[in-house]
Design a protein. Structure first.
Length: 51
C-alpha cells in the first residue's frame, strides 16, 4: 500500500524535473560501476603479478 502511495507521489511531481534527474542518476550509477570494475581488474592483475 505504501509503495502505491509513493509511486503516485513520484508521478505527481513535475515530469520535467524527473526527466533531468533520472538520466543524471543513471549516468552516475553507470560511471561508478565501471570505475569499480576497473579498480577490481587492476587489483586482480596486481595480485597475479605478485604471485
Amino acid at each position: 500500500m505504501d509503495y502505491v502511495i509513493i509511486r503516485k507521489f513520484l508521478f505527481s511531481r513535475s515530469r520535467c524535473h524527473s526527466q533531468i534527474a533520472f538520466p543524471t542518476v543513471l549516468m552516475f550509477f553507470l560511471v561508478t560501476q565501471v570505475r569499480n570494475c576497473e579498480d577490481e581488474s587492476r587489483i586482480l592483475n596486481d595480485l597475479h603479478r605478485i604471485t
